[in-house]
Design a binder for this molecule. Structure first.
Ligand code: ADP
Length: 397
């Protein structure tokens, strides 16, 4: 069985084709700058050299036409071999706890969630609708970033604000990166040789966006991102947790509009706000060269991770493993060390040599004496979407 995974953004479409028998990527690519004067298409067939093309793509329809044509031309998938398309959908609200076979009703429901994810759900929907137009006979499955967090108890997902805002407008914590947290939790269970249902985990997805999850007996019971992906950990350009009254100050005292405040907190804050750089490798280079703002940014980033580890330890009581993932979590040994520093009272003891040597897709970096296992696991969100789409299809038959 072969499954194509699509992640449609407002001006880009990422895709991967999987052979499900051995979970191998046969072809992966990205179309970018859709709608601009010249778009780009980068793709790579298994072990072949990457291909880079520039071409005009006025909209998602043309971009997907290009994608499906190059898929057919690549030979990676022959007629009738593609079993389904799995679509990443950012927001599934309270409606979707599981992946869903796409029907007109499901499309309506995803559209209904646009007010909760105005930047993401419209682009995800466009990808779905155009794929249906072009490949209508193929089953298509929506896999939601929020679904893994639907197991949160009400006292964790509700905000202490007037109840009507929840009951009438859906204002609550939803959480994001659920596909990644769910995937690395399963991988951790496999590595530890225990059923996921018996494990308590803290998972840290640290990429451009960053979030932490507390997982009890295999179910997510708390997560750091909230109604939107702005809450929680400090990120590349997003502020994470701040005093909500800051908004009034920015508006009233500094005269910023709501749009300006939104941009400031989403695009110009986090590491970029502190030191002018949002890419972690760049921040390390600046810090190594002695830049005090970069050093502060690193210290703040690690400190805020540590606070979430402490909070989720209190939530879970017992923690079997702490899992690092995402571009930063997987590669940044210094940050892993700083985030775990001084937590031996919680049973967290990192082994410096194992931390430095960690080899992906999965490495154990704890000291032999550590009560809590410390794991670095390579996340594979596209593969997890393919696996969930496959399960959804099997359940239908
Ligand atoms: P996204 O959230 O967009 O998927 P990634 O998970 O790829 O992003 O993470 C991107 C981040 O990972 C960037 O800040 C990048 O600097 C960081 N990163 C990648 N490789 C390394 C590395 N070797 N050391 C430190 N940070 C790294």
């Amino acid at each position: 069985m072969k499954i194509l995974v699509l992640n449609a953004g407002s001006s880009s479409i990422k895709y991967s084709l999987f052979a499900m028998s051995d979970r191998r990527v046969l072809l992966s690519g990205i179309l970018e700058r859709i709608g601009e004067a010249m778009a780009t298409h980068r793709y790579r067939l298994s072990d072949a050299e990457p291909v880079y093309l520039e071409l005009p793509l006025v909209n998602h329809q043309q971009a997907l036409q290009t994608l499906f044509s190059s898929l057919a031309a690549s030979g990676a998938v022959r007629d009738g071999e593609l079993a389904c398309i799995g679509h990443r959908v950012v927001h599934g609200g309270e409606m979707f706890r599981q992946p869903a076979l796409i029907t007109p009703e499901v499309i309506k429901q995803i559209a209904g969630m646009i007010p909760l994810a105005p930047l993401h759900n419209p682009a995800n929907l466009l990808g779905i609708e155009e794929s249906l137009r072009l490949m209508g006979k193929l089953p298509q499955v929506a896999v939601f970033d929020t679904a893994f967090h639907q197991s949160l108890p009400d006292y964790a997902y509700r905000y202490p604000i007037p109840a009507e805002l929840y009951s009438r407008h859906g204002v609550r914590r939803y959480g994001f990166h659920g596909t990644s947290h769910g995937y690395v939790a399963k991988q951790a269970a496999e590595t530890l040789g225990k059923p996921l249902q018996e494990l308590n985990l803290i998972t840290l997805h640290l990429g451009n966006g960053a979030s932490a999850s507390a997982i009890e007996n295999g179910l997510c019971v708390d997560t750091s991102m909230g109604m939107t992906p702005l809450e929680g950990l400090m990120m590349g350009t997003r502020c994470g947790d701040i005093d909500p009254a800051l908004h009034f100050y920015l508006g009233r005292s500094l005269g910023l509009s709501l749009e300006a405040i939104e941009k400031l907190l989403n695009n110009d804050s986090g590491c970029r706000g502190i030191c002018g750089e949002n890419d972690m490798r760049g921040i390390h280079a600046m810090a190594d060269a002695g830049d005090p703002a970069a050093k502060l940014s690193l210290a703040m980033y690690a400190y805020r991770i540590k606070k979430y580890i402490g909070a989720y330890f209190a939530v879970l009581g017992r923690v079997d493993a702490l899992v690092f993932t995402g571009g930063i979590g997987e590669n940044d040994a210094w940050l892993r060390q700083q985030s775990c520093d001084g937590l031996s009272a919680l049973g967290i003891e990192l082994d410096p040599a194992r931390n430095q040597a960690s080899i992906l897709p999965c490495a154990a970096i704890h000291a032999d004496s550590s009560r809590v296992k410390l794991l670095v696991i390579h996340t594979q969100e596209e593969l997890e979407i393919a696996i969930q789409a496959e399960t959804c299809l099997k359940n239908l038959n």
